[in-house]
Write a protein that binds this ligand. Structure first.
Ligand SMILES: Nc1nc2c(ncn2[C@@H]2O[C@H](COP(=O)(O)OP(=O)(O)OP(=O)(O)O)[C@@H](O)[C@H]2O)c(=O)[nH]1
Ligand SMILES: [Mg+2]
Length: 299
């Protein structure tokens, strides 16, 4: 048995004390899932089309709530469990997270916590950004540089580097670039999306402070996420239609956008693995160790 939820539920929200807390009702849903779970989480700056993309993965026009104003919409982490569209006997758990970088937020640690939770919970992490993978886009992913401080791994080898422990249970990484309008060329030659990502993550030589600052997030991304993939999405529709994207017919959505979205979904369905713990143990929804992990995180 597994619950094919017809709509998402709130999984983690902020209590009146300002601390993140797990919704018991969401845990109860998870506890009914005896199948292995593939967990896909999306993270990224607020107002960049994350919830919309997650709805496409659910194969639905709507579900995770979108907002069309400048105000950030999704709060905390929302969860949607559906049958895996291609892997029989597994459940696909979609996690939509609160947008990062909202100027209205009080607690500066809040974004780091949301980001760390998404990393810990998922088997595939989608980082969503708008425009190009320029230095600002990489710097917006500064949360990766804080993972070593936020996540502590018990290791038998005292000298082990964090990254070698992290990669045992960290998710694979997909960078989704939205509203991408440039031509994919590097040094005048046609490049693939993956080559574009690797080009943006290349380290610089040197020991100056600016080089070290430039390399730090790139080095973290490379070390913590050895499996990387990139998709560049064009604008989905004409500007006047953007705020009612959910209710558009596919005839009004750019065919190139639909093509990339389809590739993206097929890749996620085909390549996202079942969530595993450090010892390689496969996770199901009712795994007591996952529930323990939550408790540890909030102590
Ligand atoms: N320009 C553009 N707009 C999009 C795209 N996808 C969705 N939108 C629109 O952008 C607005 C915000 O979309 P959401 O999916 O709510 O964005 P979000 O990243 O989840 O926002 P937060 O939850 O606030 O972080 C909505 O009006 C969407 O219709 C896209 O690829 N490009
Ligand atoms: Mg959202």
């Amino acid at each position: 048995y597994h619950p094919d939820m017809d709509k998402p539920v709130c999984f983690i929200d902020t209590g009146s004390d300002g601390k993140l807390r797990v919704q018991q009702s969401a845990l109860q849903i998870l506890q009914q899932i005896q199948q292995p779970v593939v967990v896909v989480a999306v993270v990224g700056l607020y107002r960049t089309g994350k919830s919309y993309l997650m709805n496409r993965l659910a194969g639905k026009q709507s579900g995770f709530a979108l907002g069309s104003t400048i105000e950030s919409k999704t709060k905390g982490i929302w969860m949607w469990c559906v049958s895996h569209p291609t892997k029989a006997g597994t459940t696909l758990v979609l996690l939509d997270t609160e947008g990062l970088g909202d100027v209205d937020k009080g607690d500066p640690k809040h974004d780091t916590n949301i980001f760390s939770l998404a990393v810990l919970l998922s088997s595939t992490l989608v980082y969503n950004s708008r425009g190009t993978i320029d230095n600002k886009a990489v710097m917006d992913l500064q949360y990766v540089t804080e993972l070593s401080e936020c996540i502590k791994v018990k290791s038998s080898d005292e000298d082990a580097d964090d990254s070698s422990e992290f990669v045992k249970f960290f998710p694979s990484f997909i960078w989704a670039v939205r509203d991408f309008t440039l031509e994919l060329k590097i040094d005048g030659k046609d490049a693939t999306e993956d080559e574009y990502l690797e080009f943006a993550l290349k380290l610089k030589h040197g020991t100056s402070r600016s080089v070290i600052e430039y390399n730090f997030p790139r080095d973290c991304i490379q070390k913590f996420f050895p499996s990387r993939k990139c998709f560049t999405f064009p604008f989905p529709t004409a500007p006047e239609n953007m705020s009612c994207l959910e209710s558009l017919n596919s005839a009004d959505i750019s065919s190139e956008f639909l093509k990339v979205t389809d590739h993206f979904c097929q890749f996620v369905f085909h390549d996202s693995c079942v969530k595993r713990l450090k010892d390689g143990h496969t996770v199901t929804g009712r795994d007591p160790r996952v529930h323990e992990k939550f408790c540890c995180l909030y102590c």
